[in-house]
Design a protein. Structure first.
Length: 323
């Protein structure tokens, strides 16, 4: 997603080019998934679309452009509001699953295996599951959250299942918590309730890749997108997989409708989901999950710089690692 596009004081071309680089990598590695970039033109601009040369760049690598509504007033166009716009993927009901990547996430290979491990496959024969024709071997639920170094949820990489009225439901959650928080003293956030759930200290808690265990909504970004994505998947939808280092926790409801941890799959279960790169014919394990785990374990932020011409020939792709 690219917000604040064409704002006179906001440079959006970096994220734009990052999306193009990502799409080029995904296409070259054989993805069959649609790639969509959500673009929100700045309230300060009279334009209704990107310049034609930028549209040509995006479409040349098979990127579809989805324009989001502009903010109604300049005061709403801030970082907090813009990052919450990413959840508009819930409106994309033409898809059964949508995998969101921040523009600064660089995959190492295509990510179709994440869809395949989450999406039920209709077969021609009856399987051993209670749902006839549904593959019983899926590792992931219909919503997937990736834990981070010290946080239980990473808002730059997640899988959601869109549906009618789901985005409206999320907007209602945001509005309710914002109205409640405004009545609180500074910093206007209830660490006990968070986005609407009080943790049970015995059986209900969150954990991160580094082993942090918590029962408060007090991690980095808990009051913004990184808290909301965790609440939405685990406590609102009540059906999610949480990838925590080498473990995958699968959460769902029991026969009484109570949220329970159904299983914890240990030992890097997703590492068997290999991706064969078209050009090199090499097998790459895990793809982006490896990249994120390495970055988390090192405590580094991966920065990118690049130059790209109108024919999308990538030159001088350089990685900068910063503390």
């Amino acid at each position: 997603m690219i917000g604040g596009a064409l704002h006179p004081r906001m440079y959006y071309k970096g994220p734009l080019y990052s999306v193009i680089v990502t799409a080029k990598i995904l296409r070259d590695s054989g993805t069959t998934a649609d790639i969509v970039v959500m673009v929100q033109i700045s309230y300060k601009s009279n334009a209704t679309s990107l310049p034609q040369d930028e549209i040509d760049l995006l479409t040349s690598v098979g990127i579809q452009i989805k324009y989001l509504p502009k903010f109604a007033a300049e005061i709403h166009e801030n970082f907090y509001s813009i990052i919450m716009e990413k959840f508009r993927i819930l409106e994309m009901i033409e898809y059964s699953r949508v995998l969101f990547l921040d523009s600064d996430i660089l995959p190492r290979c295509h990510l179709d295996y994440i869809f395949e491990e989450s999406e039920p496959v209709i077969t021609t024969t009856t399987t051993t599951t209670t749902n006839e024709g549904i593959s019983p071997s899926l590792l992931l639920k219909e919503n997937v959250v990736l834990s981070w170094k010290d946080e239980p949820g990473h808002a730059g990489f997640f899988l959601l299942t869109p549906g009618p009225n789901k985005y409206t439901e999320m907007e209602q959650i945001i509005q309710r918590i914002e109205e409640t928080s405004l009545k609180l003293p500074y910093p206007f956030w209830d660490e006990e309730i968070g986005w609407g759930h009080r943790f049970n200290h015995r059986t209900d808690y969150w954990r991160s890749q580094s082993g942090v265990i918590g029962t408060l909504w007090n991690w980095l970004g808990s009051f913004t997108d990184q808290g909301l994505i965790y609440y939405w998947c685990k406590y609102h939808e009540q059906s999610t997989s949480i990838i925590i280092g080498d473990d995958v926790e699968n959460w769902g409801t029991n026969e009484n409708g109570v949220l329970v941890l159904e299983e914890t799959i240990r030992g890097s279960p997703l590492r068997h989901c290999h991706v064969e790169l078209n050009e090199t014919r090499k097998v790459h394990p895990m793809g982006i999950i490896d990249t994120l785990l390495e970055a988390a374990n090192l405590g580094l932020k991966v920065m990118l710089r690049w130059r790209i011409d109108l024919n999308v020939r990538l030159t001088n792709l350089t990685y900068y690692q910063m503390n």
